[in-house]
Design a protein around this ligand. Structure first.
Ligand code: PBG
Length: 342
């Protein structure tokens, strides 16, 4: 302080900064736009959609405000909305009631299951839209696990045979991207070989390569009816949240087994994995901002604790900054509308 004048003495900033001022580029909107390093566009989005039996149904998912389980006819309308918004692809997930679940997850390989009906409906109404389908048994098993059980064990190799059947019926129904989310060893190679043998060599595979045993999947399990069914947890097949190097080895294996694209899941808590995977392999890398992440943002916004729209934009930009080529997100239609408005 300059005690006599009673005001602070300006330090010699010219001397300190030697002309370097980081804030110079940030002063105006046009300049901030010029120096912006990453952009988020609608081309980055895949929209996960839940299906349910029936007609004209839009059943709200309680733990995911703004998300609905749609009957197949309503899926057609959602597909048209996606196309209007220019969202490149939709990912389908079925709600299966206890009556259609069994120990083998037989419904997974039913060529007329909800997912296959959904694929045909989208292909009929919006043939230009990309269709992605999940391969894993948890929506169909009475025990809620992604694989088959022998005693307490989720058995690997026998599960793969059933996953292959599931992938084939989906490809026959017209899906474009098969997305195995089950975390069994060797499933990418087995599914690739089976698809090729069946003449589906153009069907792409997006491997849930680094999928962690996460509590952030809670609302999703409600949405697909797996919460009540699930016995125990998935830690013998999904990754330990403590491990990053193991995640890189999973990605390496899935790419070696001819995965076309790989995914990290969940999203925001695992951005370090997204970054490392993209740096290391340079392959098309996707992140899944999962149900629990969506629920957190929506719950805080509903309470007035966060500006939901701005947090939504910032969270999705973070994926781009980390190196993701795209994001699976329940916010997809809202983001797309927001991005179109400029
Ligand atoms: C099924 C599957 C899960 C998710 C996608 N596919 C749940 C799980 O592994 O328990 C989670 C998606 C989300 O939480 O949004 N294997």
């Amino acid at each position: 302080m300059d005690l006599e004048a009673g005001r602070p003495i300006a330090p010699d900033m010219a001397q300190i900064l030697k002309g370097r001022r980081m804030r110079r580029n940030r002063r105006t909107d046009w300049s901030r736009r010029l120096v912006r390093e990453n952009t988020l566009t609608v081309d980055d989005l895949i929209w996960p959609v839940f299906l349910t039996e029936g007609e004209g149904r839009r059943d709200p998912v309680p733990s995911m405000p703004g998300v609905f389980r749609l009957s197949v006819d309503e899926l057609g309308a959602a597909a048209e909305e996606a196309a209007e918004l220019q969202i490149p692809a939709i990912a389908l997930f079925p709600y299966t009631g206890p009556d259609k679940r069994d120990a083998q997850g037989s419904e997974a390989a039913n060529p007329d299951n909800l997912i296959c009906q959904g694929c045909r409906e989208i292909a009929r109404r919006v043939p230009s839209l990309g269709i992605m389908t999940d391969v894993a048994l948890d929506p169909y098993t009475s025990h809620g696990h992604d694989g088959l059980m022998v005693g307490d064990e989720i058995v690997n190799d026998a599960t793969i045979a059933q996953l292959v059947n599931q992938a084939i019926v989906q490809a026959e129904a017209g899906c474009h991207i098969i997305a195995p989310s089950d975390m069994m060893d060797g499933r990418i190679g087995a599914i690739r070989a089976a698809l090729d043998r069946a003449g589906h060599e153009h069907v792409q595979i997006m491997a849930y390569a680094a999928k962690f045993a996460s509590a952030f999947y809670g609302p999703f399990r409600d949405a697909v009816g797996a919460t009540a069914a699930l016995k125990g947890d998935k830690r013998t097949y999904q990754l330990d949240p403590a491990n990053a190097l193991e995640a890189l080895r999973e990605v390496e294996l899935d790419l070696a087994e001819a995965a076309d694209m790989i995914m990290v899941k969940p999203g925001l808590p695992y951005l370090d994995i997204v970054y490392r995977v993209k740096e290391r392999f340079g392959a098309p890398t996707f992140a899944y901002m999962v149900s629990g992440e969506y629920a957190m943002i929506e719950a805080a916004a509903a309470n007035g604790w966060l500006d939901g729209e701005r947090v939504m934009m910032e969270a999705h930009m973070a994926f781009k900054r980390a190196g993701a080529d795209g994001i699976l997100t329940y916010h997809a239609p809202r983001l797309a509308r927001r991005l179109a408005a400029g």
